[in-house]
Design a protein around this ligand. Structure first.
Ligand code: MG
Length: 280
């Protein structure tokens, strides 16, 4: 029924303009962190760069507001999400997932990328490429005539075709004045079935597939935050905040340097449907 949809908060053009700026700060922070994710740097040093950059841009890191110890979730190798910045030193061959949340003028931005540290293995590179493409495929399903679960169905089918492990424990989410709003955005077909709510212009969702090189099973570390793959295999995570528009979608989390964009359906020849064009 339509009931769950009522709790989804639509954003006005003026509100979207602020969210676009919040997400610009997020995306530019991610680019800065990607450029500094080199062998020898600690995750704490990366986190300090992140917090300083966000504040310089007039934003505030949002993760500390939810009791997370750090401005950025930094998850290395088998860590999937919620890695806590600390004394860990990045090494050649690592992959590192960077998840940045910003609140700017009362509105939240959220995005994530996984980047290589120096030279990485071919299988690690494949994991990054596939997860990034999974995000693009997911976003290509966003539009005013789509239903929410089309997004996850497309991700599930693609990851199955690549024989990788799709994390089901964590999902994307609506975002706005709160970091987490309705609806939840699964990266798979929900077991209960159905198509999910109809997407409408003004909705904003954070789309964020997480993919493992091995099985999809996860476990939490003793810190009760960090989530790792149960089998110790590598994991990757890419995320964008995306607004539903009358014409299709707009990716809000675009870096100022367009050459540093990730997971854009346009780069994969995706996102074109009848009567629907990408905007933004
Ligand atoms: Mg998110």
């Amino acid at each position: 029924m339509a009931q769950p949809q009522r709790r989804i908060i639509l954003k006005s053009p003026r509100e979207l303009a602020i969210m676009r700026e919040a997400d610009r700060i997020v995306a530019d922070t991610l680019v800065l962190l990607a450029d500094n994710a080199r062998p020898g740097i600690t995750t704490r040093e990366l986190d300090n760069l992140s917090a300083a950059h966000i504040r310089r841009r007039g934003g505030e890191p949002s993760f500390p507001l939810v009791k997370f110890d750090g401005a950025t979730c930094i998850s290395v190798n088998e860590e999937i999400v919620h890695g806590i910045p600390g004394t860990r030193v990045l090494a050649e061959g690592d992959i590192v997932s960077l998840d940045v949340g910003v609140v700017y003028q009362g509105w939240h931005g959220d995005a994530a990328i996984t980047v290589p540290v120096g030279r990485i293995s071919a299988e690690a590179q494949r994991l990054l490429d596939v997860t990034k493409q999974a995000l693009a495929i997911a976003i290509s399903k966003v539009g005013p005539r789509s239903h929410l679960y089309e997004i996850g169905a497309a991700v599930e089918d693609y990851i199955a075709s690549e024989s990788l492990g799709l994390v089901r424990q964590y999902v994307g989410h609506g975002i706005g004045r709160s970091m987490w709003e309705e609806p939840q955005v699964p990266n798979y077909r929900p077991e209960k079935g159905g198509r999910g709510p109809l997407l409408q212009p003004g909705m904003v969702i954070a789309v964020e597939p997480m993919v493992n090189l091995g099985s999809d099973e996860t476990r939490a570390l003793d810190d009760k935050w960090t989530v790792v793959t149960a089998d110790g295999s590598l994991s990757a995570h890419f995320e964008h905040s995306v607004a539903v528009t009358a014409a299709g979608y707009e990716i809000l989390s675009r870096p100022s340097d367009p050459s540093r964009m990730w997971g854009d359906p346009a780069d994969y020849g995706l996102g074109r449907r009848e009567g629907m064009e990408k905007t933004g």
